[in-house]
Design a protein around this ligand. Structure first.
Ligand SMILES: [Zn+2]
Length: 486
């Protein structure tokens, strides 16, 4: 979770709903009903761009930013809409994703950068996103979007139980994770290959990056990588579907002569932060530590922990049992009970019990709340509102009433683990980074993950990050990415 970026919904959407018009699609040339002119599209893009940069933050590496920007601009200049105010940036998120907003504003996460193997893969991802903009998929998705769809990010991660948490599980960034539909994805893949080839990169990078991203669902540990999977289903099938476009391009161009630049790409990745950036809080085993906000807490043993922009979520594996942590910056009251009862009520919960207390010396309200039954699900929450520094931390356990009693002790233990972090402890927390290792005879992904990789990421993840299927071992002499501390 981020420390200094409060979120609010995009207000421009309401405005758009009253504007309507007809325009020619820049890619197909067909006339189509769209809700905005190009000037409106650009204005909306600019507004979203400010919001995205403020909420997600850009990854601090000017050389890497400039590298992506240059490749993007070269490709955009040869696209169907060269006149847009194109911009390309890497956002400081560990999720594996890339996204575009109308008007030509395109973002890659540093998480996806770690999974790409060369410049052709990068051109493939960028080209795909350019395609969403030139074919006006982004415009169509924005105009379709309703309040419910804007909460898509949450919807894709959470089961109905967590969704029913209402106020607890709200995110302002859902608008970034719009779905385009299968035909739009296939079209963006084709356009991506075309734009890459026209600008001089090997378009088979589109296929390679789709192969890699489709493997993430197969075998890697999923922590921190919901993005692409949530918005880009069926990547595996798309690998084949882009084939005819590549064959067609190969009749016009000598693909083998086009740029791949593996070495140059990997050199630029050396030292890049992998996983959580400490200023957004880090997950270390069961612990969640936030050196900047100076707090720590411990989740139950074996639970999966996901640190997103707006909240931290822990899930008991395979079950609809969660602990969520959110931050209320500048609350309008310091009356913790009133704040708790009020916000839980707006999420559809009524109070069963609760009272003022302290958690490791910090003022707190802890209570139990139950929501109305919805179909077969009735969520019950054990929630703490903790006053710490200038904020109120909302830490809640959530389960269906039938499972609740059994899991309540784990909720209480997690709530009671919330504590302040000393300056010395905060100082000790360093990010993990991408480095390189040359494969020796007899090495396997398992041995590399354990030794060179310090056991930080699983062997399957390492294989996928390096462009291999999980059942295929690296060859001696290969230069492979590893993740190390510091
Ligand atoms: Zn897409």
């Amino acid at each position: 979770m981020s420390s200094v970026r409060p979120h609010r919904p995009f207000s421009v959407l309401a405005l758009l709903l009253v504007l309507a018009g007809c325009a020619r699609n820049p890619v197909t040339g067909d006339r189509e009903f769209v809700m905005m002119s190009e000037a409106q599209e650009i204005a909306m893009g600019r507004e979203s761009d400010v919001e995205i940069r403020r909420q997600m933050g850009l990854y601090e590496d000017d050389t890497l930013q400039q590298y992506v920007e240059e490749i993007g601009l070269e490709m955009a200049a040869r696209s169907h809409r060269p006149e847009l105010p194109w911009s390309f940036a890497i956002v400081d998120s560990p999720a594996v994703n890339a996204f575009a907003v109308p008007g030509g504003f395109i973002y890659l996460t540093r998480g996806i950068m770690a999974y790409l193997g060369d410049e052709a893969d990068l051109a493939g991802v960028i080209g795909h996103e350019i395609g969403h903009v030139t074919a006006r998929h982004t415009v169509q998705a924005y105009t379709r979007a309703s309040g419910a769809q804007l909460g898509l990010l949450v919807g894709s991660i959470f089961s109905p139980v967590a969704r029913a948490a209402g106020g607890l599980a709200e995110s302002g960034l859902g608008v970034l994770f719009l779905r385009y539909g299968r035909d739009a994805e296939l079209q963006a893949d084709r356009l991506g290959a075309e734009y890459a080839a026209n600008a001089g990169w090997d378009p088979t990078g589109v296929q390679d990056m789709l192969s890699t991203l489709s493997r993430i669902s197969e075998g890697s540990d999923r922590r921190g990588v919901p993005g692409w999977l949530a918005t880009h289903p069926e990547a595996g099938d798309r690998v084949e579907r882009v084939g005819p476009t590549l064959s067609e391009l190969s009749t016009q161009l000598d693909l083998a002569a086009l740029r791949v630049n593996r070495q140059g790409y990997l050199d630029r990745l050396d030292g890049m932060v992998y996983g959580d950036n400490p200023d957004q809080g880090v997950v270390r085993g069961r612990d969640f530590l936030h050196p900047e906000l100076r707090f720590a807490l411990r989740f139950p043993e074996g639970w999966e922990v996901l640190n997103t922009e707006t909240q931290v979520v822990a899930q008991r594996p395979g079950e609809d049992v969660y602990v969520l942590l959110q931050l209320v910056t500048d609350p309008n009251t310091r009356d913790l009970e009133a704040l708790a009862v009020d916000s839980m009520r707006s999420g559809g919960y009524r109070q069963d019990s609760g009272g003022e207390t302290t958690v490791n010396g910090l003022d707190a309200f802890i209570g139990t709340f139950t929501a109305a039954r919805d179909n077969d699900v009735q969520p019950r929450a054990r929630v703490a509102y903790i006053d710490y520094q200038r904020s109120v931390y909302v830490l809640g356990g959530l389960a269906d009433v039938r499972a609740y009693d059994e899991v309540e002790p784990a909720f209480n233990e997690t709530i009671r683990s919330f504590r302040s972090l000393s300056a010395a402890e905060a100082e000790e927390i360093r990010p993990n980074r991408i480095r390189f290792y040359t494969v020796a005879d007899g090495d396997t992904w398992q041995s590399i993950a354990q030794d060179a990789g310090q056991g930080i990421v699983a062997s399957n993840t390492l294989a996928i990050m390096n462009g291999f299927p999980v059942n295929e071992q690296p060859r001696a002499g290969d230069r492979v990415k590893v993740v190390v501390e510091g």
